[in-house]
Design a protein around this ligand. Sequence first.
Ligand code: PLP
Length: 400
Amino acid sequence: MVKVNENYLKLEKNYLFINIAKKVNAYKEANPDADIIRMGIGDVTLPICKAAVDAMKKGADEMGVKETFKGYEDSGAGYDFLREAVSNYYKSFGADVPADDIRINDGAKADCGNIVDIFGDDNTILITDPAYPVYVDSNRMSGRNVIFADSNEENGFAAMPDDNVKADIIYLCSPNNPTGSAYTKDQLKAWVDHANKNGSVIIYDAAYEAFITEDDIPKSIYLIDGAKTCAIEMCSLSKTAGFTGMRCGYTVVPEELTAKASDGTVVSLKQLWNRREGSKFNGVSYPVQCAAAAVFTPEGQEQIKVNISYYQQNAKTIAAALDELGIKYTGGKNSPYIWLKCPNGMGSWEFFDLLLEKANVVGTPGAGFGKNGEGWFRLTSFGDKDRTKEAMERLKKILK
Ligand code: PLP
């Protein structure tokens, strides 16, 4: 008789955003006229830029012509033109990442989960709490021991390494989802040194690097000395260029990154990752890769910056309202997320209900991201400018 993976039975029954959607739908059913403003799920609202649309159309046209039609991509790692474009993008801010260490994927979420395939199930996993839920779930699905590093009000939601706590795999996300906090170069160097000293691997999620505005915040872990011997980096065009519905991102496993097998043999993690992908992934569609490459052209970069600034302006609108209300928050500066302390000592879900019912505004309860998220709440700046302003007026009205 079939046996199920019982690790799944120990997970939260639903993914966080499904629980939120259920609550919002129930409210909407009971209050069909409610004008709900959604600032919960981290999805973008602006369309993809013209350079990417034009390149995608051209790519689609090529698929309809015998001479330029493309079937399976040889390696599934991404076309050279895109891997080179990503490598040059890294170069533009001073990081040396060869195209051969980059694999193109259909978004960072899948690889955040897939990467664990190349590591043994007996590894201990350290995850900063609160965290993007995929890190915890994908490791619990394979029954791994997950421990947490506290990101909290005291450390500005930037957990730092503790020499007494040793883990084999460490997940870091900067700029962070959900807290919007971002590691400085010195803070990240401390993590890199800690990982190299202990033979740990850092899985670094840089999905929000495009939102960094401050010079001291690195856009990639590879700007830190020593990172290539301890870190895998994941990035995505979802928030950078509005690709949530297009699906394209990239993962870097450096040539220099190795681990030891139980018999002492030195193993290349890049080779394992290529092996895993060779068997389980057939690459991203050609027109989407054409669109992604266009994002990295000067024209594309200029166009996506316009959209990113739009969201950054929304973040300022949210921050100004919170300042006016005297509510503490992190994020907004190097991140599209604003992470606020629920007023009057309210719990996250309590504040969620209040905001939904009294202001018809939907946010994300911090408790859904881990224990340190309790009492905190995430708002996103990915909405419409006027609706964001309206939401903040409603917030001020109910909290003043
Ligand atoms: N990493 C973080 C921290 C995210 O917040 C998200 C999406 O919200 C992703 C990865 C996944 O992005 P995608 O799969 O759309 O590339």
